[in-house]
Design a protein around this ligand. Structure first.
Ligand SMILES: [Cu+2]
Length: 328
């Protein structure tokens, strides 16, 4: 199960692709540089002091009284160091303060893309809001945003505390049940990035991943328009049978496939399942084999997961996977 992490997906706060993450990484570099320089200077001073030590026999008899010149030199050095410390601390304080202001500057934007993200054990529900209710689009474990546009994420949790984190875009934001929160950001660089739940939320916390795609407004609009479509109708006899297997099993109690009778939301929306690159919040790639294995027994792939095993005949399972793979 190691083939699943696509190399092209970056999950690093030091590879920023948005305004907010850029400010955060700048702050990180400032701290690292200044504090490393101080560390090196202190270490050098320590080694000089050590190398100048005298054998006990060479020391004058007590009481030790430093000479007047040496006393003056020492107090000047201490004074300068105290002044430098105060200045450095204030520089870091102000840098931090202005970074905070810059990060939250978007909060006052009137024009934004509104997306609701709901944390579940152990997957992300993503709802693209729209003033027209029938245009609201729901998907799972993927977030597409257009470049250069302010995005307002409305974050909430359905069960325990999760933490939403796409390091290339912004810092972490905790999702506390009963306390919806928001996060604003703007993507500036095209690419696919990885997000991950950053607050231990139970057994499969490490398998709670999200694919984040920042793309040109045209590509984004095309993606959204396709995602808003109902699921395609089955075109082969096998797919037809697969749909029937889905409808006659417990799947419909937990999943939605737009355009069919399946309208439950305990599990991820499957309307365009085949367009996603992985399943089960990044636990395994979205291939035929893994899909069949997942449906037969999800507990093998994500022990403790909130989806029961499905003892289907191999013909039924084949037909079901045929159908699910047609959900482009
Ligand atoms: Cu979580």
């Amino acid at each position: 199960m190691t083939a699943l992490l696509a190399i092209s997906e970056i999950q690093s706060a030091l590879a920023p692709a948005g305004t907010q993450a850029m400010r955060i990484s700048q702050l990180w570099w400032v701290y690292l540089t200044v504090l490393s320089a101080i560390f090196v200077l202190v270490a050098i001073a320590l080694f000089i002091a050590l190398s100048r030590r005298h054998a006990v026999a060479e020391l004058p008899a007590p009481p030790f009284a430093p000479g007047e010149a040496s006393e003056r030199r020492t107090s000047t050095a201490v004074t300068l160091c105290v002044i430098a410390t105060v200045i450095i601390l204030f520089v870091l304080l102000f840098w931090d303060f202005f970074t905070g202001r810059a990060i939250y500057a978007l909060t006052s934007d009137k024009e934004f893309l509104h997306i609701k993200v709901i944390g579940h054990q152990w997957w992300w529900e993503v709802q693209y809001q729209d003033p027209t209710p029938s245009n609201v689009m729901t998907t799972a474990n993927e977030l597409h945003v257009p470049l250069g546009k302010t995005v307002k994420l409305e974050l909430q949790s359905n069960d325990v505390i999760h933490s939403f984190w796409v390091p290339a875009m912004h810092g972490k934001k905790d999702l506390i049940p009963g306390h919806p929160t928001v996060q604003y950001f703007r993507a500036d660089k095209e690419g696919t990035f990885r997000g991950q739940c950053a607050e231990f939320c139970g057994h499969q916390h490490a398998h709670m991943r999200l694919e984040f795609v920042a793309e040109s407004p045209d590509k984004y609009e095309a993606w959204l328009a396709a995602a808003r479509q109902n699921a395609p109708n089955p075109t082969t006899a096998m797919q037809q049978r697969g749909l029937q297997v889905f409808m006659s099993n417990q799947c419909i109690m937990c999943h939605t496939i737009e355009g069919t009778a399946a309208r439950a939301s305990l599990g991820p929306d499957l309307t365009h399942l085949a367009s996603r690159s992985f399943i089960a919040a990044g636990a395994v790639p979205n291939t035929r084999g893994y899909l069949a294995g997942w449906i037969a027994n999800p507990q093998n792939i994500k022990p403790g997961v909130r989806m029961p095993p499905n003892p289907l005949s191999s013909d039924d399972l084949n037909a079901l996977v045929d159908y699910l793979e047609s959900l482009k």
